[in-house]
Design a protein. Sequence first.
Lengths: 352, 265
Amino acid sequence: MSQSEFETNLNSTDSAVAVFERDDQTFLSNVRNAVRSYPTLVPALVLIVSILIFGIIAPRFLSPGVLSLVLQQVTVIGIVAIAQTLIILTAGIDLSVGAILVLSTFVMGRLAVSSGVPLPIAIAGGMAIGTLMGAFNGFLVAKIKLPPFIVTLGTLSVFTALKLWYSGSESIRNSDIEANAPSLLWFGEAAARPFGATITYGGIALILLAAVFWYILQHTAWGRHVYAIGDDPEAAALSGIKTDNTLISVYAVAGLICGFGAWVAIGRVGSISPISFEEINLATITAVVIGGTSLFGGRGSIPGSVLGALIVGVFTTGLSLAGVDDYWQMFAVGNLVLIAVALDQWLRRATQ
Amino acid sequence: MNNINHNVEPVLQAKGLMKRYGTVVAMNGADFELYPNEVLGVIGDNGAGKTTLIRAISGATAPDHGTIELDGKVVNFNTPDDARNAGIETVYQNLALSPALSIADNMFLGREIREKGIMGKLFRKLDHKKMETFARDKLSELGLLTIQNINQAVETLSGGQRQGVAVARAAAFGSKVVIMDEPTAALGVKESRRVLDLIQDVKSKGIPIVLISHNMPHIFEVCDRIHIHRLGRRLCTVDPKIISMSDAVAMMTGAMEPPPEALVT
């Protein structure tokens, strides 16, 4: 075996080229690696710091009642943000989650209130419709190979039209739900009232659902595949992952989560309206991005998105308690999004 | 005529493979043999059809005609997964690694190990510890030790280190054959040297290797036989100890007929 001449000189040099060690131990790179390894670190810190700052600006903010109100306000956004996170992790985006959510509330409401169907069947029916709509998105993305943005922009209109048709553009009133299917409102009820705080079953559901999907993403093969597909779909396919089926399942599961969120939303709002939750698509994307999940796919986390939703809630509630006008609240949340995206870009660049 | 492998059955054999893409004939009766304990180089000009040949034996492309035999048994690969399950691992030119996932995750992508008992069965929980230990063992087996953190993301590794992970993955799971497509094309001189050493390490474990490369010095250094591909079929298989690099290039471009004394079967 002969080495080329130009290579023989190498024998006398350091051969430690493929050794796994880091040589850039500057402070900045340590921060970068910490953030990369623990992606929820930044949103967790931002949440704590912003709660403290608003506590100083508006002392009333730090009361258990106000803090639990924030949790109630972000309950539905947080649940739908879990669905949005799954999709964004695959480098997709879902603009139709709001339409799926509201159409599912009407399926549950109409079945339980107007048709007198037993409640479990009405709820299962709403969640099944949500899953079906999600799977339809997934089919178009995975099999027809259309870009997720365009697919869900299209189905946003389709599902919204179906919602208006099915609802007859009429709300289902709170009194009708209470009379015929009071359990539909269960998630809005208080589970506990410690120290003047109001913890609803919906808030508990959000935390539990986040824990379940954190587990699924971190500790099951399906979860690892979701990350791999968002990271590099070709590499995932060559590694033996059935990327099409996994993608369809991701969109279907996202639809299922929206279906579940519909039940929680009925309890939160108390009635069912065709014009509710119209801004939830962008609100969930905001929460996901502030939570540190990359719009380019492959990195991010479920707890991050819940924290992101809470951060938005803390900012809007805190600023309004401090007497700041609505438009400055929007201004602040918009800046949070820009900072979060810039941070993500910085992390990505550092990996090149 | 040298007959260095007589009386030994090939591990992997292809006979008369044909593949057409519309009017383009990518494979025109291509034959291929890989024997135990050898490194077989595959060279050919661009468009000679060597990629299609490699895709066929690694399951990424199904040939129109012809048969592929593994250990003497006819096999039909429809997906890369089929070939993998049969013990053929491929290191693709783009490595097929997920940058944001850890080294251990990448090694087991698509074949994760679940925990035993109820956590694994009912809750589908992965056995991270077992996979990490296995990944660490395989990397140190190939001399890629001093890993500080097996959970560090692949994107934090250099090109040579990533190649090391991809090769370690193939060597760990490839029970029959390891195929490497241009493993040194993107690497520097030193890193290439490391990969060539890795090839020898894998060979010494008794796994035959197919090496596709445009780099003649590398091919001539590590290969026992060289399969020269031309116009969709095998032109000849030659002994690198007998012919020169420039002759090999002349044969693959059609400027020279294969000299009978250099041929091996």
